[in-house]
Ligand binder design. Structure first.
Ligand code: GCB
Length: 595
């Protein structure tokens, strides 16, 4: 599914703004035909989560079904075009009706989906859109859900959160990315897959695989803008697909220092006329693991950065472009070069911005805290569909350097995970992912509880570790923490002989809390802990980077461990630097000596 573009052949009508809103805790809406339109005193802004926007209506912790309703007019110029409704993401599942008729249903959150609605609307006429969104999770969904009674049954009363969640971020509900009505020509470009190669010291290659739909007897032309020159390459389409390779001399490769993007234009030509066009920024780069090193364009690259979240006051998980710009400015300010999209796919706008700003991204599917005891066929199916759709969405981004196909499986420490079922599950997931992308390394961050025998290690290209010694274990004791850390790293490396990346380490920190002693929760303690970890990580010859937890404070479900927010941010939730930010800025300014 292509990201929408506006050009002479394609149009976008953006429906961001206020929608009518109604919660449906009893799930009576479908029976009462709310999909034909409804009245309500509540409004909601799209994009945005309902939780904080409508806190005063009692929705801060609401998990269940809610309805959205908006009227619009389909532009006259959409006449004779293929018309679609596209939603950047709605968490977690949703159903769409147009003019009272069902347009489609989507089961996966955090990813875009679209339905053709040409038959349901008329250009130049009013159209009514109703969207049902539900944010409930269960054993078969990804991420998996958990109920209050399950905590009781498992005798885990002190672990229970409200709302119940298996993960440490608020399960915000809502339409989180833009809703758009888009128009394309009837014969159209359907897919573009880009592969790039470095073929010489200053030579590169772009291979574009293009798929067209509902079109016959057409030609494809590719135009690549290149330092004022335009390279042109053409081919005829057979069986609706074609591959075109273009060699580029004096090629500028994409790097964090110079994130150079070529402007690629794909056109379908019929009877000498252009009938559809799509524009795409393309960065030429290669990523690979060689021995214990991560190489970008055949040069060692060391990752410095964060695990992040899409989370902000009031808007929740909604796309908020000023925040995207601010976060990338902060990433640059602190001299970081990367982040992980913990624990789900981020908006497409963030991915394009990472390409533009030269920030390296580990792209993650929402298989967070997978509990093997409750995995069923549906879980595996949904997990694979996430991988499929994420790779399809993000394959072309030069910024994406690695896939994380999960995070911290077996955080509950279940024995069953090691009896072969964990291995079988991950073997399947890894081989599925490798078939879809042979160019990028794959990982799954491991947690202390899953330990050194985690079956993911066997399949990962990169060993990713999340460790909280000095915090959850050995609290306030940085000496023990660093000793245990160092020993465990060596044990893991010696066992698996793969490069090690730190994907999480950190300490909750209250802004304004200070001490002259070693004291948890103070700004000094966070700075000390991070510095200690970085020292240990860099003392090993097999480490490829340090991404700490977390970029900014973020909202979590209620639990006595959290004072409203997870406060491990280097920046506060509203993006003010804590003391550690200045320390990191200094550490990250210096070149890392890789052994
Ligand atoms: C983890 C999780 C992350 C949590 C973090 C914490 O291991 O991956 O989602 O927020 O620990 O702060 O406990």
């Amino acid at each position: 599914m292509l990201y929408p573009v506006q050009n002479a052949f394609r149009s976008i009508l953006d429906l961001s703004g206020l929608w009518k809103f109604k919660v449906d805790p009893q799930k009576i809406g479908e029976k009462e035909k709310w999909y034909k339109g409804f009245d309500s005193k509540l409004d909601i802004a799209v994009p945005g989560s309902w939780n904080e926007q409508l806190e005063e209506a009692g929705l801060l912790h609401y998990v269940g079904t809610a309805w959205y309703y908006k009227k619009t007019v389909i532009p006259k110029e959409y006449s004779g075009k293929r018309i679609l409704i596209r939603i950047g993401s709605a968490d977690y599942n949703s159903k769409i009706w147009i003019n009272g008729k069902i347009a489609g249903e989507n089961k996966l959150g955090f990813l875009p989906f679209e339905f053709e609605i040409s038959e349901l609307v008329h250009a130049g006429e009013e159209c009514e859109i109703v969207i049902l969104v539900n944010n409930e999770l269960n054993h078969g969904t990804v991420p998996q859900g958990i109920s209050s009674s399950q905590y009781t049954d498992e005798n885990r009363l002190r672990e229970e959160t409200n709302p119940p969640a298996r993960f440490d971020f608020s399960p915000f509900g809502g339409i989180h990315r833009p809703v758009q009505i888009i128009a394309t020509p009837l014969e159209y470009i359907n897919k573009i897959k880009i592969d790039t190669k470095i073929t010489g010291a200053r030579k590169g290659e772009i291979e574009a695989e293009i798929e067209v739909a509902d079109s016959s007897n057409t030609d494809i032309v590719i135009l690549i803008s290149h330092g004022g020159r335009i390279l042109k390459n053409a081919a005829s389409i057979k069986n609706s697909k074609v591959k075109i390779k273009t060699e580029i001399n004096n090629c500028v490769f994409w790097t964090p220092e110079n994130p150079f993007l070529y402007d690629l234009k794909v056109q379908i030509i019929k009877d000498s006329q252009v009938i559809d066009e799509y524009n795409l920024p393309v960065g030429i780069r290669e990523i690979k693991i060689e021995g214990n090193r991560l190489l970008l364009n055949n040069k060692i690259i060391y990752l410095k950065g964060f695990g992040k979240h899409e989370d902000f006051s009031t808007i929740g998980k909604g796309l908020f472009l000023p925040l995207v710009v601010k976060d990338f400015e902060l990433i640059k300010w602190i001299n970081a070069n990367s982040f992980r999209t913990s624990h789900y796919p981020y908006s497409e706008e963030i991915m394009y911005y990472a390409d533009k700003k030269g920030i390296l991204v580990i792209d993650e599917v929402p298989a967070v805290s997978l509990d093997i005891r409750f995995v069923n066929d549906e879980t595996l199916q949904n997990h694979k569909e996430y991988i499929d759709r994420l790779i399809e969405r993000d394959y072309n981004h030069p910024s994406v350097i690695m896939w994380a196909v999960g995070n911290e499986p077996n955080i509950v420490g279940a024995e069953e995970y090691y009896n072969g079922s964990g291995k079988k599950y991950w073997k399947d997931i890894f081989s599925y992912t490798r078939k879809l992308d042979t160019t990028r390394p794959i990982t799954v961050p491991n947690c202390t509880r899953a330990g050194i025998n985690d079956p993911v290690f066997e399949f990962c290209d990169v060993i990713s570790l999340n460790r909280y010694y000095g915090w959850y274990e050995y609290p306030g004791n940085l000496e023990s923490a660093s000793n245990v850390l160092s020993e465990e790293m060596d044990i893991i490396f010696n066992k698996y002989k793969k490069p090690v990346l730190f994907t999480e380490f950190g300490a909750d920190t209250l802004t304004g809390a200070h001490s002259t002693s070693v004291q948890m929760f103070t700004e000094e303690y966070q700075a000390m802990l991070l510095e200690k970890y970085i020292e240990v990580i860099r003392s090993k010859s097999y480490t490829i980077g340090e991404q700490l937890w977390n970029f900014a404070d973020f909202r979590t479900p209620q639990h006595f461990r959290r004072v409203v927010l997870n406060q491990k941010g280097i920046f506060t939730r509203d993006r003010e630097p804590k003391l550690a930010a200045f320390k990191l800025k200094e550490i990250w300014a210096k070149k890392v000596k890789t052994k």
